[in-house]
Design a protein around this ligand. Sequence first.
Ligand SMILES: NC(=O)c1ccc[n+]([C@@H]2O[C@H](COP(=O)([O-])OP(=O)(O)OC[C@H]3O[C@@H](n4cnc5c(N)ncnc54)[C@H](O)[C@@H]3O)[C@@H](O)[C@H]2O)c1
Length: 359
Amino acid sequence: MNDALRMIVVGTGTMGRAWLEVLRADERWTLAALVDVAPDALNAAGEAFGVPEEQRYGSADAAFEQVTADAVLVVTPPEAHRVISIAALSRGLPVFSEKPLATNLSDGIAVLRAARQSGTLLMVSQSRRWMPHIVAMRDAVRNGRIGEPGYITCQFRVPFRFGGWRDSMPEVLIEDLAIHHFDTIRFIAGRNGQRVFAHSFRPAWSWFRGNSCASVNLQLTGDLPVNYFGSWVARGPRSSWDGELIVAGSEGALLLRDDESVWIFTGEDEIPRPLELPRLEPAGMARGLDIFTRALRGEAAPEPDGEDNIFSLALTSAAVASSRTGMTVDVDAHLRAAGWSPARLQPAWRSRPPAVRSG
Ligand SMILES: NC(=O)c1ccc[n+]([C@@H]2O[C@H](COP(=O)([O-])OP(=O)(O)OC[C@H]3O[C@@H](n4cnc5c(N)ncnc54)[C@H](O)[C@@H]3O)[C@@H](O)[C@H]2O)c1
């Protein structure tokens, strides 16, 4: 399509290639450039996705300077997210960033500031939000199907060996994975975090160098308690990737156990019924790209934008701070200390969507 939007994909590793498949299947997009600091990964992706050598770059800055594009997909390890996203946003290039927005809260705030200052779209890939079972749970809570929520529990137990950069992350469970669980919980409950008390640790048999387990007590706004446990070096019974998630309310409860089907309990009944799921067309990562595309055209709100996602990053950051100090962390105070006003401002791009070029 000669009026297709042009994407620069930065990072062509596991997730970068998964995004390249999604882009290839979406006729609204074409590849403007591929970027990777590792020539082998860059060339392998270039060959696999038919991107000629002159459109392959070893640095994001070089690609941003030389290539005309409509957006940038940031799929590098988290350490590089801040620098690449700010470089793109400050040039007015809309950014679709893999989670986490940045490695720490102040860096995440710096990215958000760059988006605000340039009035440029910033959306984060918290991909669980694009799944039917998670949207079904959000809708059930929103529509009062379980009455007033009283507590949430989430238990994640999966042993997984990645190799690579995750092996040396000091807080790998909280910062690389629990950001998904915390974001999902915020999304379903429709609330932000108030207080966090956490203990992260590394069992003796852990193959990660950093803390691969965490026990976290969150309090969401309206004093809604959340009890979370996550282990990436699980022994014994395993959970699914979203964890075993229960939302209990005054009129019943919701249960997610297999990343697919949701069960609803009514009153004190012990026998659940399946909760009907919405038909999301498309679902998953293709839905993420579809939302980003429509947000770019000013037709839809991004899900989630940086303004929303900073509250999930604040939860992981507060959990790490709590675990290090042994103290309960107030989330608003934590955000303010990192330089952010917890008030959610109307993002500037909404009234000034980027122009969509053609040809
Ligand atoms: N949303 C999800 O469900 C999900 C799942 C997996 C990974 N992720 C996220 O995707 C991102 C990438 O993870 P991955 O598993 O693909 O990692 P990966 O290690 O497989 O790939 C990362 C690639 O980025 C390249 N890279 C590193 N620094 C760079 C830089 N400065 N400029 C350009 N390229 C650079 C590396 O050479 C590598 O090829 C991470 O942020 C991760 O958290 C998200």
